[in-house]
Design a binder for this molecule. Structure first.
Ligand SMILES: Nc1ncnc2c1ncn2[C@@H]1O[C@H](COP(=O)(O)OP(=O)(O)O)[C@@H](O)[C@H]1O
Ligand SMILES: [Mg+2]
Length: 458
């Protein structure tokens, strides 16, 4: 510091030399040393410090940091206008004189380079008038970092909006494609039904053995084709958000029995036992979407038979009552087939996913059945789960909440009452079948014995 404090120091020194009072003189020396230290402190501050006369705006004192930055010696800065050094405009000067304390952030040019300063000014009153104490620090690094952050935020925003646009475009294209397929559904299915109907009719004409064989092939091929078309159209309809649930009351027992009847021949041809167990709790009539439940079960049972070479495929149907008229229908499809690896299980419900490539040669399919079944289950507010072990078999469990409409009590056959007084010997060579028949008889409190075929030898 120079100027004001130097003047004071000089006059104090003069006082000390001339004083006849030694104590007074040493006091002054102490004060002088204190001022020297204070001066050092201010000069070594990383902040620019400057004292100026308020309203005249004339610099009275500066520290070394300020004079170093602008490259003008301290003594030459005294008397200069503060507005000139810090490039203050009229408004800023007005603010400084009106408020006790002001903080200003601004950029100033130093040797052609722009730097940012945070300037804080406090007004103080000394005996000889009003002064301003100005402290300024260089915040260029912080400002540049802030600017960089802003720039990268801008870039991110731009990138994000481009990504959103691209995603929307892809989704629109995808939806348009699915919509097209969903709308085409009717157009594609109608001629297929025509072909299949005609094939049916040809069986009623006089056919040679050779022609019958051709027609058999034509029929099974068109059925496979119809299955594939139906699956593709269904998945498109689901993905286009056009698949709707139609709730109505229906006979769930009849519906299940019909499905099992339809699969009986295929299972029999493969030498597989197709077993149905319906728990006595299962109601006769429920409110749900029969078509969707049927399709889920057809897919699961179809898969179970397809991927099982020997043993059983069991459909177990159970009901859990939740509230008064709300139930959970539980369907379990269990097989003793090839099972699945954990890898296959992870991707099981993804459209077009099929297990081990080598299966594809042996087993027909599109890989859509499970994806459709899962979507249908979800649309019905239910869940689908799978347990499986390679070489042991698989078990799919579907649970769907439905409304209970009417139970089976009224339909209890007279025959059932008659059996209550009898003892039944149930004979079946298949242990799973025996267990299920046993459970059904126990449920109905009918005395029974279970036996395999060997009893027939007696
Ligand atoms: N019961 C099952 N046993 C073994 N593998 C199964 C079973 N059900 C499904 N999978 C596996 O899941 C895949 C997908 O099944 P799905 O979606 O019905 O398609 P697809 O039957 O047309 O192959 C099958 O290819 C098969 O690898
Ligand atoms: Mg399938």
């Amino acid at each position: 510091m120079s100027g004001r404090y130097d003047d004071i120091l000089k006059s104090l020194m003069g006082l000390g030399e001339n004083s006849t009072h030694k104590n007074y003189y040493s006091d002054l020396q102490g004060k002088t040393a204190e001022l020297e230290r204070f001066k050092e402190l201010l000069n070594h501050s990383s902040e620019e410090i400057c004292l100026f006369k308020l309203n005249q705006w004339e610099i009275v004192d500066v520290n070394k940091t300020l004079s170093d930055r602008i490259g003008i010696a301290e003594e030459h800065l005294i008397g200069k206008g503060i507005g000139e050094i810090y490039d203050f405009g009229e408004d800023e000067l007005e603010n400084i004189s009106s408020f006790d304390r002001v903080t200003i952030e601004k950029s100033v040019k130093v040797l052609g380079r722009e730097i940012y300063l945070e300037i804080s000014i406090k007004n103080v009153e000394f005996e000889d008038g009003l002064y301003g104490v100005l402290m300024a620090r260089d915040i260029t690094d912080r400002k540049e970092a802030e600017q960089q952050l802003l720039n990268s935020q801008e870039n991110l925003k731009k990138l994000n909006s481009e990504l959103i646009k691209a995603k929307e475009k892809a989704e629109n294209a995808d939806r348009a494609k699915s919509m097209f397929l969903a709308n085409m559904s009717h157009e594609i299915r109608t001629p297929m039904h025509g072909i299949m109907g005609m094939v049916e009719l040809m069986y009623t004409t006089n056919l040679s053995e050779e022609q019958k064989e051709y027609i058999d092939n034509l029929q099974s091929s068109s059925e496979i084709l119809m299955g594939i078309i139906s699956d593709i159209l269904d998945i498109s309809k689901i993905e286009a958000g056009k698949m709707e649930i139609v709730y109505h009351e229906f006979d769930i027992i009849k519906s299940i029995e019909k499905i099992i009847d339809n699969f009986a021949i295929t299972a029999h041809k493969k030498g597989i036992e197709l077993i149905l167990y319906i728990d006595k709790n299962v109601p006769q009539t429920i409110l749900s979407d029969e078509g969707k439940i049927r399709q889920i079960l057809i897919n699961l049972i179809g898969n179970a038979i397809k991927f099982t070479e020997k043993g059983n495929v069991v459909l177990r149907v159970n009901t859990v009552f939740t509230e008064e008229d709300r139930i959970i229908m539980q369907f379990e499809v269990e097989d003793s087939g090839i099972g699945m690896s954990s890898e296959t299980m992870k991707q099981l419900f993804i459209p077009f996913m099929q297990g081990d490539i080598s299966y594809k040669k042996r087993y027909q399919g599109t890989g859509l059945g499970l994806a459709i079944s899962k979507k249908f289950t979800e649309l019905l507010g239910g869940t689908i789960e799978v347990e499986s072990a390679p070489g042991v078999g698989s078990k799919f469990t579907v649970e769907i909440g439905c409304k209970y409409v009417s139970g089976r009590e009224s339909e209890k056959s007279e025959g059932e009452d008659l059996f209550i007084k009898s003892v039944i010997i149930a004979v079946d060579d298949n242990p799973v079948n025996r267990m299920i028949v046993g459970k059904m008889l126990s449920d109905r409190k009918i005395k029974h014995f279970l036996a395999d075929k060997s009893v027939l030898k007696f």
